[in-house]
Ligand binder design. Structure first.
Ligand SMILES: NC(=O)c1ccc[n+]([C@@H]2O[C@H](COP(=O)([O-])OP(=O)(O)OC[C@H]3O[C@@H](n4cnc5c(N)ncnc54)[C@H](OP(=O)(O)O)[C@@H]3O)[C@@H](O)[C@H]2O)c1
Length: 269
């Protein structure tokens, strides 16, 4: 059988790059994306297309190019994403919109763009890379949590809407993985006169340390590979350190306020 064609948004770095390299090594025909091809002149791990998930025209152009070349698309991995931290009160609204444009509206635009081809093929798989942070409102990461939680819900809804098309849609929520996400993230500045100065400053350090100490993103690539080879993907998958996954179990069984207390203790707030 011909090798499956896979498109990964945000294939130039971190988790997306790791997934792309891994799937290429398994014989898949991989296309990744970047907002700027010029930034990666020596990238030779797999093919790169230029695409900005927050610009719908660039999505249509890239999908058209890919379909003209390959005639099909078997797997879309909605991976492109950005971080955002800060007290919500002090986070500029344009940054909140930017986070939603990239992490929430972007993946929806991508799904709209690939569904007609997948419906015609009567086959296809879409994996939305969300986050364990999307299952709870984390302090000073509430907007990030909201973008990822919203994408989880949209995935649940779209699965039911598209169930007769032969297309499968699923979520994969990673915990912390060591990537460049912190450097590309919007950080609301820790303002010297802010009432949030101490708790936000301390939490921000902790958030960055967690990402730097995170696991190798190859674990996410392995999880994606396993999902691709499953006939009937589940609705939700999680990949990450045991405690991060266990915290979701605790959220299910503990009273809300007790869970909140756990989070406050964890972040020393
Ligand atoms: N690292 C973690 O701990 C972690 C945990 C949970 C979830 N995640 C999620 O995993 C995904 C990948 O993150 P990462 O950690 O690998 O981060 P990363 O190393 O910063 O990579 C982000 C990728 O997204 C692309 N990107 C950013 N904005 C884009 C846009 N508007 N349009 C198209 N592409 C865009 C970047 O490509 P260019 O800059 O080349 O355009 C880059 O390839 C994100 O959705 C993130 O939220 C990460």
């Amino acid at each position: 059988m011909e090798s499956k064609v896979v498109l990964i948004t945000g294939g130039s770095s971190g988790i997306g790059k790791s997934i792309g390299i891994f799937l290429s090594s398994k014989g898949y025909k991989v296309y990744g994306t970047t907002r700027s091809l010029g930034k990666y002149p020596d990238f030779d791990h797999f093919s790169l297309l230029e695409l900005d998930v927050s610009v719908p025209e660039s999505i249509s152009e890239a999908i058209q190019k890919l379909l003209e070349k390959e005639g099909r698309l078997d797997v879309l991995i909605n991976n492109a994403g950005i971080g955002i931290t800060g007290p919500i009160e002090e986070t500029p609204h344009e940054e909140i919109q930017k986070a939603f444009n990239t992490n929430f509206h972007g993946p929806i635009h991508m799904m709209k763009a690939v569904l007609p081809a997948m419906r015609q093929q009567h086959s296809g798989l879409i994996i939305n890379i969300t986050s364990i942070a999307g299952y709870m409102g984390l302090p000073y990461r509430g907007i990030y949590s909201a973008t990822k939680g919203a994408l989880e819900l949209v995935t649940e809804a779209m699965r039911m809407e598209t169930k007769d098309f032969g297309v499968h849609i699923t979520n994969l929520a990673p915990g912390d993985f060591a990537t460049n996400i912190a450097s590309g993230r919007y950080h609301a500045p820790v303002e010297p006169k802010s009432p949030y100065k101490v708790p936000y400053g301390n939490t921000l350090k902790m958030i960055n340390d967690h990402v730097n100490d995170g696991k190798d993103p190859i674990c996410v690539a392995e999880a994606v590979f396993a999902i691709i080879r499953t006939d009937r993907p589940k609705i939700h998958y999680k990949v990450g350190a045991f405690m991060q996954k266990f915290s979701l179990f605790l959220k299910k069984i503990l009273p809300d306020k007790q869970y909140e207390k756990l989070l406050l203790n964890h972040y020393k707030l």
